[in-house]
Design a protein around this ligand. Structure first.
Ligand code: UD1
Ligand code: CA
Length: 448
């Protein structure tokens, strides 16, 4: 059965107290919207329509950045969830199959849950995702009888008996697209909020002789974000889950609660991650690599046997091949370090390619930026870059070449050559002793 996702994200999110549309607030470095869109991916949807309203341009750009095929429609006035879904239908003209409504601010719906909903769709016309709420608060309540869902009552409109129900509406709904469109066409706004409630489709469906049911999921999956406090709770929940998954996958975490993952971090088995490590977006770490304490990684790839940190920073485009060592206070950006390269102390390596087994001495800097343009540094294999070398890019150092400590290298160095660029040393016997005496005497005089 072909599936189309409809992701609602037009709401303002007043309680976020933010200039940024709510669905663009990030969890684990990705907008909530991306989490919601990703949640639907395992169903291999044929179409994905995002409904944008507040900050629509930004929401549109973000949706496209995640999925260039996503369609974004506008809901200029937020008249309710049914009205929001209705905006998606023109984009789905010609589509035949099921529509699955997701909320952009409900990022954690699992694949298993969506599969269960699709399974339930075989026997029922409308499938609503519900959950047993520890604190039902202002959620819509699900009124059931056996496996039938009779109706959904919004908190504002609910009787005391209905408010006592703990089975709540997550907002996620699946139905045949054409059926959903017909049901929504009948939804009115004569209720406590004066809004077009998507939840009304259940009663309308039943009045037409269609069947509706509830699929239940753990409350953790339906966690919605309405405030910064909720966002912090969602972040913590996401991190807790990622840590547990990492441990299950055979990754050693010395202190799991101090490791922070990106939403898409991929780490291989038998990796070791020490304390206080932060993974930003787009990080892959191969099996058996070691990420030592206080390292910060984003947009990078770390191969087998590599050791990163302690206190290392890998920025976007850092490519570490097998057995590379990047040590304390070393920053790597947009640079390929081939197998066995060592840069163990206090360096900046940006816009560079470094050949196999080359050693980068302490304090080496690739001077890649001239204030306007970025330039590349190329270093061959088995080279030795002396401590405190300034490599003024564009520049290249050949295979097996050396640079003397403290050199500023502005011209290419051929393979096998030694490049030195520092003033000759001058040594004056006894001068230091004399100078100390003079200075000490001057200080004594000042203090009289
Ligand atoms: C909705 C449900 C409620 C459920 C709760 C779960 C309805 C009427 N109520 O209530 O039963 O328990 O979610 O969190 O559906 N949105 C739009 N356009 C609109 C209105 C909303 O795009 O005109 C989007 C929002 O951006 C948000 C989602 O729909 O992503 C839910 O809207 P919200 O106003 O938060 O609904 P609730 O009142 O929480
Ligand atoms: Ca809400």
């Amino acid at each position: 059965m072909p599936i189309a996702l409809i992701v609602l994200g037009a709401g303002k999110g007043t309680r976020m107290n933010s200039d940024l549309p709510k669905v663009l607030h990030k969890i684990a470095h990705a907008p909530m919207l991306w989490h919601a869109m990703r949640a639907g991916r395992p169903l291999e949807p044929e179409a994905c329509v995002v409904v944008a309203g507040h900050g629509a341009d930004a929401v549109e750009a973000s949706a496209r950045a995640y999925d260039p095929m996503a369609q974004v429609v506008r809901q200029d006035e937020q008249l309710g969830t049914a009205h929001a879904v209705a905006q998606a239908f023109p984009a789905l003209e010609g589509f035949e199959g099921d529509a699955l409504v997701l909320y952009g601010d409900t990022p954690f719906i699992s694949e298993a849950t969506l599969e269960a909903m699709m399974q339930a769709r075989r026997a029922h016309d409308v499938v609503v995702l519900g959950f047993e709420a520890a604190d039902p608060g202002r959620y819509g309540r699900l009124v059931t009888e056996g496996d039938q869902l009779l109706k959904i009552v919004e908190y504002k409109d609910a009787s005391a008996a209905e408010r006592a129900l703990t089975l709540c509406n997550s907002g996620v709904v699946a139905a045949d697209k054409t059926t959903l469109q017909q049901l929504i066409a009948e939804v009115g706004n004569d209720n406590a909020s004066g809004e077009y409630y998507l939840t009304d489709i259940v009663e309308i469906a039943r009045a037409r002789g269609l069947s509706a049911t509830v699929v239940r999921c753990p409350e953790a999956e339906t966690m919605g974000v309405n405030s910064r406090a909720d966002l912090a709770v969602a972040e913590a929940a996401f991190q807790t889950r990622m840590r547990a998954e990492a441990l299950d996958l055979g990754i050693t975490l010395a202190a799991p609660e101090t490791v922070f993952f990106g939403w898409d971090t991929l780490i291989g088995r038998d990796c070791e991650v020490e304390q206080n490590v932060v993974f930003g977006p787009e990080v892959t770490v191969e099996s058996g690599a070691r990420i030592r304490a206080f390292s910060h990684l984003e947009g990078c790839h770390v191969s087998r046997g590599a050791v990163v940190g302690p206190y290392a920073r890998l920025r976007p485009g850092a490519e570490l091949a097998e057995d590379v060592h990047v040590g304390n206070f070393v920053e790597v950006k947009n640079a390929q370090l081939h197998a066995g390269v060592k840069a163990n102390h206090l360096s900046y390596i940006g816009d560079a390619e470094i050949g196999e087994k080359t050693n980068i001495g302490a304090g080496t800097i690739t001077c890649n930026y001239d204030g306007v343009f970025k330039h590349k540094t190329t270093i061959g294999r088995n080279a030795f870059i002396g401590s405190d070398t300034m490599l003024v890019a564009p520049v290249s150092i050949g295979d097996g070449a050396m640079t003397g400590s403290g050199s500023t290298i502005t011209k290419d160095v051929p393979p096998g050559a030694l490049a030195l660029s520092r003033a000759d040393q001058v040594t004056k016997d006894g001068f230091a002793t004399k100078l100390f005496k003079t200075l000490t005497a001057r200080k004594a005089k000042q203090q009289q």
